[in-house]
Write a protein that binds this ligand. Sequence first.
Ligand code: GLN
Length: 481
Amino acid sequence: MQFHGYQDLRSKLLSHELTCEQVISDYLQRIDTHRDDNIFTAVFHDAAMARARELDAKLQRGETPGRLFGMPIAIKDNISMKGAPLGCASRILQGYESVYDATAIIRMEAEDAIFVGRTNMDEFAMGSSNENSAIGPVPNPFDKTRVPGGSSGGSAAAVANDLAMVALGSDTGGSVRQPAGFCNIVGLKPTYGRISRYGLVAFASSFDQIGLLAANCDDAALVLGVIAGKDEHDATSSHHDVPEYDTTMDHVSLEGLRIGVPRAFFPESLNTDVAGVVKAGLKKLEDAGAELVAIDLPESDYAIAAYYILVTAEASSNLARFDGARYGYRSPDSPDLSSMYVNSRTEGFGAEVKRRIMLGTYVLSAGYYDTYYKKAQQVRRVFQDRYREAFEKVDVIFGPTSPFPPFGIGDKMDNPLEMYLADVFTVPASIVGMPAISVPVGMDSLSLPVGVHLICNFFEEGKMLGIARHLQTLCQAVPSN
Ligand code: GLN
């Protein structure tokens, strides 16, 4: 079974051409054939089938189907679902089950979505390749020797292999957008505060957002409309009205659209293949009537440094709660309280998580706070000012999602700094809190996916999705050779 997006599936369900049971059983079978790919940390065979039958009965009774009726959805392993394991792909959460539902889960469930399973990720969402996972890497759907990106690598591979129609991920500095780019799908990070973080395990709270991975912009928009909006459980969630995203998208025209092209997003070092495909996408937007505006974002070089200081600082504090006393794993070698803390954390956390806790503790320590943490906060403010200024001149900011195509499994594991550079183009939107999206635009010379990254002003998800949909259509219409 294959569908042209959710509306196709929905019309087949509502016209009784197919049942939810048939659809879900098909998805679950496909998930099973991909078992060796390590994409899921848990598959809900029984619960998903039971839910499908329940929804079929609901339709039979003539009740109104919800907005996500029968949509098969995968959830990243750091978003709480009551009664399901919550592991963050970490040994330290081994055996832990969520005791409550994330707000996003409650809202999707209320609209009749069906959850098929939980997806693999970099431990605590720290990484760009899904290799920092206690349960091992995930192969890229286009070349099994390469990474799918990260940290939401399992969610991206699930959608790209059609094992779920939409997946939830989390994005702190690019973790939805970069894997979407590597797996040839759409990845959306909303404005900070647009989606409640209640139930999302915190990595860096002032950056974290739940994001969406989907095959197309319409499906992403539909789910965003369901889960966005104020939530009394998350004080940082926004009161801003949730618009009808499909209507907003329909009104977006490329004619006269001002596309900001920062020089800093096309450095000499940019992979030439990536540059070629991305620029071809830009040309198509221009041919369709958009106006290209060269802009300067001279501070871009400081994005990675500021990001890694700020997020490690927040992570060192957020991850203090995993101490062997309250959740999951406790070292069997715990003769006294302090060795229980030390040994549980030493054995429970992986290398990258430990590196970040140490780095974060260091930048917050007396004597270094002013030099590093405070400076990075000041850089964050400068970025916010520069991006606000830029959006006085342009409607959208355009660039590549990643500076290079999907890389080989193992290639960057010994070089954390090189791994951090994978996020050089995605991190700025997270620093400023603006919405951003990765759109598939074509393949490089090795037939590996290339993504374009678009940033819009605060709460302009509808407009951004509309532009992204135009771009995706233009790039599909003409073969990339
Ligand atoms: N790759 C980035 C990091 O390791 C982004 C992670 C994320 O967005 N969760 O921090």
